[in-house]
Design a protein around this ligand. Structure first.
Ligand SMILES: [Zn+2]
Length: 232
């Protein structure tokens, strides 16, 4: 299961064995993602914080027509590292949090260097089902995310990103999902859904459990987050 993949950038990444949570970056990519909807493809629509400075009010309104066909909202959130206009980002993010509540859709979040702000906004908007993609925020916040019943993403880059291994150590198996963020190249490592099985092995090793136990936990978490299983 790949909980965060930009499938519209390369639809050949899909295969029959892997459930893909396909995120979008703007209106155009959201339309492409919706066209890829299938048995194993869970489409998310949204505006990435990197695209939010350019998005207009009209464009945001368009999303109200798309959400009925979507199964989740993302990639949405806030980014304090790469995007200078924080207020605009916040307005766009708030728009999607309102839609999440209105249509009861889970969110797939980008929160680079804005982990606490994103978490606090989820609480303010009373969002039920949230997933922090590629979580590398503070570990004390990880504990709060877990106790809130939200999920954190473990990226296949864990094999070379030491900091990310700390997240695997700390997060309970009941609160993680696996992802690639493909098609993305991180420090020379090609990230695609094909990198997920190796990641399952890494998590199993750190947690000292079997790979099957990890795979089952991740699938169960996905079902809870996506709404395929009742909450609780
Ligand atoms: Zn992404």
């Amino acid at each position: 299961m790949d909980a965060h993949v930009h499938l519209y950038e390369d639809p050949t990444m899909a295969d029959e064995e892997t459930i893909l949570v396909a995120v979008s970056d703007d209106l155009e990519s959201s339309l492409k993602t919706l066209s890829l909807k299938g048995e194993n493809v869970v489409p998310c629509v949204g505006v990435h914080p990197w695209s939010s400075p350019e998005v207009g009010e009209e464009e945001l309104k368009e999303f109200e027509k798309l959400v009925e066909r979507a199964l989740c909202l993302g990639e949405i959130g806030l980014d304090k590292r790469y995007v200078p206009d924080f207020e605009k980002q916040r307005r766009v993010f708030e728009h999607f949090l309102t839609l999440s509540k209105e249509y009861s859709l889970p969110v797939n979040l980008h929160a680079l260097d804005a982990w606490e702000e994103v978490f606090n906004m989820l609480l303010r908007y009373d969002v039920d089902r949230a997933y922090f993609h590629w979580f590398n925020g503070p570990l004390h916040l990880l504990d709060e995310i877990v106790s809130q019943g939200y999920y954190v993403g473990i990226n296949a880059a864990a094999k070379i990103q030491k900091k990310h291994l700390r997240v695997i150590e700390r997060a309970p198996l009941t609160s993680i999902m696996t992802e690639s963020d493909g098609p993305y190249v991180y420090r020379g490592v090609k990230l695609t859904p094909k990198a997920v099985p190796e990641l399952i092995g890494i998590i199993a090793k750190v947690k000292k459990v079997s790979e099957e136990a990890v795979a089952e936990a991740v699938l169960r978490n996905f079902k809870r987050w996506s709404g395929a299983l009742a909450q609780g």
